[in-house]
Design a protein around this ligand. Structure first.
Ligand SMILES: CC(C)(COP(=O)(O)OP(=O)(O)OC[C@H]1O[C@@H](n2cnc3c(N)ncnc32)[C@H](O)[C@@H]1OP(=O)(O)O)[C@@H](O)C(=O)NCCC(=O)NCCS
Length: 174
């Protein structure tokens, strides 16, 4: 199952980004968990249909990058990016930027005004990556998980509305 394979490779590769112990925890999940996740991000679950997407960059059949984007169920206009990971063999080739661009287009097309994400304090290179792409800290902080002393910070990018051509907007030729 590609979604499981890519997620477990990401967790094993980058515990500083996804939490120490996350690989051990998620690799023990039953296949039903991965089938349900695939159904949610694949549009098969009504509550998440067109509100959640899993972008996958492929090298042949193998995933070399992933990212999940979803519309916040609580705050109108907020979209979130999570689980971004690029295979170390193909980092600094622009793939991360491409997945972010895809997430921006997807979120903006669904009316989101902000694309938000959380970065662990243990992951300063991701902070540099997000800053290079225009994300800025919102000042919000929270523990990486309930009861943890480690923290993460929220970053956000404002999304301008989709620009429409004059002909498209008016339905006239000129
Ligand atoms: C962070 C990550 C997704 C970046 O992906 P990537 O494909 O290597 O990034 P890109 O090649 O698109 O980089 C775009 C720009 O971001 C900046 N950038 C990317 N990685 C950087 C790093 N390690 N240090 C500093 N700046 C970085 C650079 O400005 C880069 O442009 P340049 O290569 O022309 O200088 C990747 O390193 C990764 O998967 N890390 C482990 C998992 C992770 O941290 N996920 C984020 C969880 S919040």
């Amino acid at each position: 199952m590609r979604i499981k394979d890519a997620r477990l490779r990401a967790l094993r590769d980058a515990p500083y980004a996804f939490g120490a112990g996350a690989f051990e925890e998620e690799s023990a999940f039953p296949d039903s968990y991965w089938h349900e996740l695939a159904a949610q991000v694949g549009g098969a679950v009504a509550a998440w249909r067109d509100r959640c997407v899993n972008f996958v960059a492929l090298d042949g059949e193998r995933a070399c990058g992933t990212a999940i984007t979803f519309l916040c169920p609580r705050v109108e206009g907020h979209a979130y990016l999570t689980a971004l990971w690029i295979d170390p063999e193909v980092r600094r080739c622009g793939l991360g930027r491409q997945l972010i661009d895809a997430a921006i287009d997807w979120a903006r097309a669904r009316g989101a005004k902000h694309l938000r994400l959380w970065v662990d304090d243990t992951n300063p290179s991701a902070v540099e990556f997000y800053r290079a792409l225009g994300f800025e800290p919102t000042g919000e902080r929270q523990p990486v998980r309930e009861g943890s002393t480690e923290e993460q910070s929220c970053f956000a990018l404002g999304l301008s509305p989709v620009q429409r051509g004059v002909g498209e907007e008016t339905g006239k030729d000129g």
